[in-house]
Design a protein around this ligand. Structure first.
Ligand code: PEP
Length: 278
């Protein structure tokens, strides 16, 4: 009995340690999506407040990402220079490398001003700009070719949830949007689960509802690639996340942070959400 028990304990410890190590490797991220808000000066002053608060108050290894309008990016990147807990992202990028696309901004341009991330597939772009999974697959390829990490958004509408179609919708968004990538490319992605009915509505998914979908997404990634890739993928929750509900949401085993809209426009709220990972 005794050696068996010791062996069991030994293997238990290895498994637990490995799981903990894998979890540790997964980055915790709180990303703010400013959307089409704040003029240039307002953006700079909000960002300065956020930097100062992060310097004083953030003690963990979590990363803050600010996804601002294009016009702010270069100046914000200058302000954040040398500060590794804070990165910048755009909210969209064109699928072509360059060319005659008046009014558009390329992934290369975004990268050149110092951004590291780009949000792709936000439900507002899917809805108002008719961005399909097929188009988003192209945008993802172009972003990765230019060394930008996509924060790839997926999520169901209220209608789809009520019709019990949400697992199929989410799986389809993954399959058509990002599962054409090879393992190395996929490892550059951050996935954001954002139920459309929770965005900007004040209705948050319960921690249980969100965890259910996050676990489903991680399982799909494991089935497509392997368990290690799945364990290393950061999966964010987005949809009316605030300093009150963030602690319960972020305590779920498969929720690795948040994509924050409204609350990212208030420095105090954004940094309080970030501090959940302290
Ligand atoms: C978002 O736009 O990605 C979002 C989550 O918005 P909000 O936090 O305002 O619901």
């Amino acid at each position: 009995m005794r050696p068996l028990q010791l062996h069991s304990l030994y293997y238990y410890n290895i498994i637990t340690t490995t799981t903990l190590q894998l979890n540790k490797m997964r980055k915790k991220i709180v990303a703010g999506n400013w959307k089409m808000n704040l003029d240039y000066n307002e953006g700079l002053s909000l960002f300065s407040e956020i930097i100062n608060m992060i310097k004083d108050e953030v003690t963990g290894k979590q990363e803050a990402v600010i996804c601002s309008p294009f016009i702010h990016l270069h100046s914000l990147a200058q302000l954040a220079r040398g500060y590794h807990k804070l990165a910048l992202g755009a909210q969209n990028a064109h699928q072509a490398e360059s060319g005659a696309y008046t009014g558009e901004v390329s992934a290369k341009m975004i990268k050149s001003v110092g951004a590291a991330y780009v949000i792709l597939g936000h439900s507002e772009r899917r809805q108002y700009f008719h961005e399909s999974n097929e188009l988003l697959a192209k945008k993802t390829d172009t972003a990765l070719n230019n060394d930008l990490k996509p924060i790839f958004c997926i999520g169901e509408t209220l209608e789809e949830r009520e019709a019990n179609k949400y697992f199929d919708i989410i799986k389809n968004q993954l399959v058509e949007g990002v599962f054409h990538l090879d393992e190395t490319q996929f490892s550059q992605l951050v996935i954001a689960y954002e139920p459309v009915w929770a965005i900007g509505t004040g209705k948050t998914a319960t921690a249980g509802q969100a965890q259910e979908i996050h676990a489903f997404i991680r399982n799909e990634i494991a089935a497509k690639y392997n368990q290690q890739v799945a364990d290393n993928t950061t999966i964010l929750y987005g949809g009316s996340c605030n300093p009150k509900n963030a602690p319960e949401l972020f305590a779920q085993p498969d929720i690795d942070g948040g994509l924050i809209g409204g609350a990212s426009l208030k420095s105090r709220d954004f940094v309080d959400i970030l501090k959940v990972f302290n």
